[in-house]
Design a protein around this ligand. Structure first.
Ligand SMILES: [Zn+2]
Ligand SMILES: [Zn+2]
Length: 346
């Protein structure tokens, strides 16, 4: 089968590999119907994910049809349409039992697919702990609607959930890339009074205004004044930092009101400064990610009833044989791209 493979730093290649087989009773083999490209794939390509193993098939955001299951798998069967979770988790350790699946202590726990074990930008993928890693897609939900459930949408859902958003809150979201846009949809489920979105890219802000006319948008120029003008207590009640740019961590705590919750979802390229003397007395509460991606069932239910719709985010579709072209487009942010869908079996 064809599999897009991490060869060495700076180089991915579409190569022929054997179809994966079950290695454990709890594994499933999934025939991939749609995969997508994530910014984390680019981080692997550029060598900024040291634990990524050369030779692995990349891709950790996909949907497909179960082809085969191990003897111990109970929740899915061959023929089921499923979303694949970005995270591998055992469901049994201390962290899994608390829902902190990102820190599952299994040797393959956390982000393994498409990083340390073969992922889904391929015709087939082996999913360990299939009872945890796969969720059945309801009949009312299409593959395209479900494509982002296991990764960026799970992240947005989790970020909004841990941010303790109340009805009277002004929520500031920094970053309107794919994860920021998913976060925005999930924040709105909590019905805050106001949502402000900041991004440097005017096209992305236009996308936000088109799909969410009630959301207020701004670039980072004059951001603090904008937040002060549109909040009730001298800053945002909740800030979600989803940008991960050079200055966005500072913006996040600077735009927060005293006693605000600042949720840091972004993955930075380098260390950030926490200038405690400058924020002394502000009494902020910081929360940080890696997503605990164990809410996929609930997210699928919200999609089925029309409360979440990420289909407008999927702006381009390519067959797997043209995946290098899709990467080129995604990496260089050409043609207004937000997310790219890859079709392996066409
Ligand atoms: Zn990802
Ligand atoms: Zn575990």
């Amino acid at each position: 089968m064809l599999a897009y493979t991490y060869i060495e730093q700076g180089k991915f290649e579409l190569i022929e590999k054997p179809k994966p087989v079950l290695l454990d009773d709890r594994d499933a083999i999934v025939k991939v119907t749609l995969a997508s490209i994530c910014t984390s794939d680019l981080h692997i390509k550029h060598g900024s994910v040291p634990r990524a193993v050369p030779g692995i098939t990349v891709g950790h955001e996909m949907v497909g049809v179960v082809e085969q299951v191990g003897a111990a798998v109970t929740t899915v069967k061959p023929g089921d349409r499923v979303t694949v979770n970005v995270e591998t988790f055992c469901g049994e350790c201390f962290f899994c039992k608390h829902g902190w699946v990102n820190n599952c202590t299994d040797s393959n726990g956390g982000w393994a697919l498409g990083c340390r074990i073969d992922g889904g930008q391929a015709e087939y993928v082996r999913v360990p702990y299939a009872d945890q890693g796969l969720d059945k897609i309801p009949n009312a939900v299409t593959d395209v609607q479900a494509l982002l459930v296991g990764d960026v949408l799970a992240t947005g859902y989790w970020a909004a959930q841990i941010s303790e958003i109340h009805n009277e809150d002004t929520v500031l979201i920094l970053g309107a890339g794919p994860t920021g846009l998913c976060t925005l949809q999930c924040v709105r489920l909590h019905n805050p009074k106001r949502v402000l979105v900041c991004d440097m890219d005017e096209n992305r802000l236009a996308f936000v205004r088109k799909h969410h006319p009630e959301v207020l948008t701004t670039t980072s120029d004059g951001l603090k004044d904008f937040v002060l003008a549109h909040s009730d207590h001298g800053g945002a009640d909740v800030v979600l930092e989803v940008a991960g740019s050079e200055d966005t961590f500072r913006m996040a705590w600077d735009c927060a009101r005293p006693n605000a919750i600042v949720t840091v979802v972004a993955l930075y390229d380098g260390p950030q400064t926490l200038p405690l003397p400058d924020m002394y007395g502000k009494n902020l509460i910081f929360k940080t990610g890696g997503v605990d991606g164990c809410n996929c069932k609930e997210i699928l239910r919200l999609i089925a009833q029309g409360d979440i719709d990420t289909t407008p985010l999927i702006t381009h579709t390519y067959p797997l044989r043209d995946i290098a072209e899709a990467y080129e487009l995604f990496e260089n942010r050409q043609d207004g791209v937000i997310k790219v869908a890859i079709q392996p079996n066409v």
